[in-house]
Ligand binder design. Structure first.
Ligand code: NAP
Length: 268
């Protein structure tokens, strides 16, 4: 892992084709357009009207989309749909070797699927912007951007793509997909589980909130803005997540046990 990106050469404007134009895809597109990149998009839903407003060419047809001669194909689909989406893509329509990037919140899964289904001449950059529409609404400065140069031949495009995030002030973190998933299971996944559990309990602000409790309410609200697909993908496609869920259950049991024991000792 290193604290800074290796992309130091000059950047250029890219033609970026986005697959998946949902919540996060739209959020990324806004900054990419602001920086002067050209965006085209495809998605399972019809976003043609929204795209027209943003100056994005929207394709309902995947063959036409891939025939557009993009520098980068940026995969922004849900974790759980990635494999199906990729396997249905007619790669023979690509006009040249193409640079593929994914932004999924798990990393070993997209790396494995991309290496399995893409033409061998395609470059693969696996990334995870560690922020979203809420945490990044006032800019991306000092927010973390993880990436793994899985199979890179075109250094110019790689460098230009990474510079999108460097220019916004992101902290660039190069690490393996496996290391990402290990750390994310102990951080991001855990915060989603706890946020969802608090939502199940229907916690709400009270008239006597402590600061700590306000933090919990905020966590619940932030987490519940994400789709269930995202949450489910964090679990089903990260091999480290199951253990962390068990650790949490175990820890909750131990905390309960400590309380009951101390109450019993008081009564003795
Ligand atoms: P999401 O629920 O994880 O994914 C929604 C996207 O997946 C939409 O573009 C949707 O297309 C597409 N999709 C869902 N089911 C599909 C299917 N069966 N076939 C084809 N496409 C399908 O929500 P998200 O927040 O937009 O996240 C998108 C990706 O970015 C995810 O991989 C997530 O892990 C990653 N990410 C999200 C954040 C965040 O803060 N939200 C941060 C970093 C990374 P339609 O809209 O056309 O249905």
């Amino acid at each position: 892992m290193s604290g800074s990106s290796s992309s130091t050469s000059s950047s250029r404007f890219l033609k970026i084709g986005m697959v998946g134009f949902g919540n996060f895809g739209q959020f990324l597109a806004n900054t990419m357009i602001k920086q002067g990149h050209t965006i085209t998009a495809t998605s399972q839903s019809d976003y043609s009207q929204l795209c027209a407003q943003l100056g994005i060419l929207f394709f309902g047809d995947m063959e036409a989309f891939l025939g557009e001669d993009n520098d980068v194909i940026l995969l922004c689909t849900s974790i759980v749909s990635l494999s199906k989406v990729l396997k249905s893509m007619p790669f023979h329509c690509l006009k040249r070797p193409t640079f593929f990037v994914d932004v999924l919140s798990v990393k070993e899964h997209p790396r494995d699927v991309l290496l399995q289904v893409l033409p061998e001449e395609s470059d693969v950059l696996c990334t995870h912007p560690m922020f979203g529409p809420e945490s990044g609404k006032n800019g991306w400065k000092d927010l973390r951007f993880m990436y793994d140069r899985v199979r890179i031949k075109d250094e110019t495009i790689c460098s230009s793509f990474l510079q999108i995030f460097e220019r916004e002030g992101c902290k660039m973190l190069e690490m393996t997909c496996e290391e990402h998933d290990k750390q994310a299971s102990k951080s991001q996944f855990l915060s989603h589980v706890i946020g969802r559990a608090l939502a199940e309990m229907d916690i709400k602000s009270t008239s006597i909130d402590t600061k700590n409790f306000q933090t919990l309410v905020q966590l619940k609200e932030n987490i519940m803005r994400n789709s269930f697909d995202l949450f489910s993908g964090l679990f089903s496609h990260n091999k480290f997540a199951k253990q962390e869920l068990e650790n949490l259950e175990l820890a909750l049991g131990k905390v309960k046990q400590a309380l009951l024991q101390s109450m019993n000792e008081e009564q003795d």
